[in-house]
Each structure stands twice: as structure tokens, then as C-alpha cells.
Design a protein. Sequence first.
Length: 269
Amino acid sequence: MNPEAKRNVLDSFRLDGKVGLVTGAGSGLGRAFAEALAEAGADVACVDIKPDTAQDTVELVRELGRAGHAIGADVSDERAVDSAFRQAEEALGPLDVVFANAGVAGEAGDLEETTLSGWQEVIDVDLTGTYLTVRAAAGSMVPRGYGKIVTTASLYGLRGDPLFGIYGYTAAKSGVVGLTRSAAINLGPKGIRINAIAPGYIRTQIAGGHMFSNDPEAVRLRETIVERTPLGRVGDPEDLKGLAVFLASPASDYCTGWTFAVDGGWLAS
């Protein structure tokens, strides 16, 4: 073997010279994904429905020595998504990596008391928004024959919801898993890899911030979760950064169509 052809395995995780885009980048998992891309060497377009929070994440990207660009967009709006991709590429260049991450939890409670409007809001953002983001990413990447797309599913996309009664969320995230599989079949021959991350119970503001709240009900809920979780704690956004870089980088070039759970072992218990 030519010694010059042999690459250190850690080099395959680098994203130097790459350009990424993250939706829902203003907080929580999206901010962690954007930081992870920048830490691995990529420039990052940060998309969020709240432009000011997207700009806050851009500042973190810049502190890491990478270029960043903030874009305000509602991922459930087709024109807004297409415009966001145009703005990102005009500012930073062709996109190599896209994280379709934006999502909401929506209303919770007994099924018979839920509303169609509440259901539709979650489907529009979590499923249709993911579809629109994945479609735009494919449109950008296919002509160049290479790219990485990462969707945000959930452990609730892999099993039912035993705790909250968030039916729209569970249905939408199940749809994200199916979309990811089907897109992998279509995009693989075109050089595009697409995989999903299924977070477990993570400390973010989604679902009313239950993972942070000191409300007695929220505390009991966390205790129930931790009791079942083999690793004995609720997760943090930083727990997903390593997998995010793996799926964004050449290290995962032979991975596509799969959903990777990051849940502290909750699904296994």
C-alpha cells in the first residue's frame, strides 16, 4: 500500500472546507449540531424561525474560527425553505451537509381532547418541514454527486409515547424515519447519504422545558425517565455532537438510510 494513500482515521471526521446548514439552529439540538460542524472545521448557515437566536448561534460559530450566516425561516413554508437555501449558498458556497432538525412538540394530553389545528401544526413543522428541507438539500447536492443529510427523528419515531400524549409529534417523527429510509434508496445512487438521529430524553426547551423545570410534576417525570435509563441520567445536547460529526463527515460514507438512537439505553431497557 502506498503510505501516502493511507489516511489517519481521525482525518475522516474532519469537515475542513465544507459548508453546512442547520435548521432549528437557534437553540437546543440545532445549536449543538451547528457548533459540532464548526468545531470539525465547517462553515455553517444557521436557520431558525427566530432570526435573533440564529444570529446568537452564528456568533458561537464565528468564535470557533468559522464563517456563519443567520437566516430566519419557517421550515413549513416552501418558499421560505427554498429562499433559505439560496441565501446560504450565496453567503457561504455550495452546501455539503444539511441537518433537517427544526421541530416542535405540540399539544399533549388525552387523544379525545386533541385538536386538528394542534395536530396540523406539528405535522407541518416536524414532517413537512423535514421533507422540504431534505428536498432542497437534494436539489443542491445531486448535481455535484455528493452530500450528507441528517434528519432529526426521535425515540418516539421508533416506539409509542408512554409519557406525554403527543400524538402529532409521535406520528411526525415516525414519518421522518420512513422519509429517511425512502430518500436513502433514491439518493444513494446519486452519491447522497441520508441518516436520522433519534434523540432520547434531552435537556432542551421542547415540550415546555420539562427536562429543565423544577415543577414537582416535571421532577417526577425526570425521575421516571432516569429510573428506566441504563446510563442513569437525562441527556444533554452535547451528547449528540459526536454522532452528528460522524454522520456529516466522510467517516460515515458507507452509512445511509439508518436511524441512530442516542437515548442512554432507554430503548434497550
